[in-house]
Ligand binder design. Structure first.
Ligand code: ADP
Ligand code: MG
Length: 210
C-alpha cells in the first residue's frame, strides 16, 4: 500500500536523517518508535504527502506520491488519510460536534450525527459534544482530534504521539479505539511514539535509530 525507498531528508545544514526502506500493507498496524528528535514527525510528514524528501521516493499503490500534481496530492490526502497531531488542530469557534460535521463535509460526505455520537462515545466524551475547545482539558482535546481523524474511516490512519498528554487509563482507551477503528474499516494504522506504555499492543515495529 505504502512504501518508502532510499528516503533521506535534512533541514538546512542540520544532520541528515536517513530512513530505512519500509513496506506498509493494507490493514496492518505499525508502531513507529524512536527517541525525541530521531525523525518520527519528519517521516510521518513524508509518508502523508506533507513534506517532500530531498532524496528517495514514497510509493502509494505503485504511484510516486511526490510526482502527483499538488492538487491531486491534496485530494488524495483528504480522501485517504486521517491524521492526529501532537497538539490538537481544532476550530476554536466551533463546538466539538460542529468540528466533526465540517470534517464530514470537507470530505464531501453526508452529515452523519449518529456516526459522530458513536465515535465520541467510544472515546468517552459523548457529553462534550456541545462544548467548545477552550472548555476541554488537554486529554479531552486530544480525544476530539482522534474522533476527527477517524470520523471518515480513512484508508490510512496516522497518529503522531497521540498518548503523550494522557494518563494510563486514557492511553489504553485511545489505543484501543485506534486499533479497533483500523480493524473495522481495514485501515492501516501507524502510531509514532516514544511512550513505552504503548509497546505491547502492536505486532509491527519500525524503529528509528538516532
Ligand atoms: P521526532 O518527531 O522524532 O521528535 P522530528 O522529526 O520532529 O523528530 O525531528 C527530527 C530532527 O529534525 C530534529 O533534530 C529536529 O530538531 C529537526 N527538525 C524537525 N523539524 C525541523 C524544522 N522545521 N526545521 C529545522 N529542523 C527541524
Ligand atoms: Mg515528533
Amino acid at each position: 500500500m505504502i512504501a518508502i525507498k532510499s528516503v533521506a531528508h535534512s533541514y538546512g545544514r542540520q544532520k541528515n536523517l536517513r530512513f530505512k526502506d519500509w513496506d506498509i500493507n493494507r490493514g496492518e498496524q505499525w508502531l513507529l518508535l524512536g527517541d525525541s528528535g530521531s525523525g518520527k514527525s519528519t517521516l510521518l510528514n513524508i509518508l502523508t504527502g506533507i513534506l517532500e524528501p530531498q532524496q528517495g521516493e514514497v510509493l502509494i499503490n505503485q504511484t510516486n506520491l511526490y510526482k502527483l500534481p499538488g492538487r491531486k496530492r491534496d485530494s488524495f490526502r483528504g480522501q485517504n488519510i486521517g491524521m492526529i497531531f501532537q497538539t490538537p488542530h481544532l476550530v476554536k469557534s466551533l463546538t466539538v460536534k460542529e468540528n466533526l460535521l465540517i470534517a464530514q463535509s470537507f470530505a464531501r460526505l453526508r452529515e452523519d450525527v449518529k456516526r459522530i455520537e458513536e465515535v465520541l462515545s467510544s472515546l468517552g466524551i459523548e457529553d462534550k459534544k456541545n462544548s467548545y475547545p477552550h472548555e476541554l482539558s488537554q486529554g479531552q482535546l486530544q480525544r476530539v482530534s482522534i474522533a476527527r481523524a477517524v470520523i471518515n474511516k480513512p484508508a490510512l490512519l496516522v497518529a503522531d504521539e497521540p498518548t503523550s498528554s494522557l494518563d494510563d487509563r486514557n492511553t489504553a482507551a485511545v489505543l484501543e479505539l485506534l486499533i479497533r477503528q483500523s480493524k473495522l474499516t481495514n485501515s492501516t494504522l501507524v502510531v509514532a511514539t516514544h511512550d513505552k506504555r504503548v509497546k505491547d499492543q502492536f505486532t509491527n515495529e519500525y524503529v528509528l535509530e538516532q
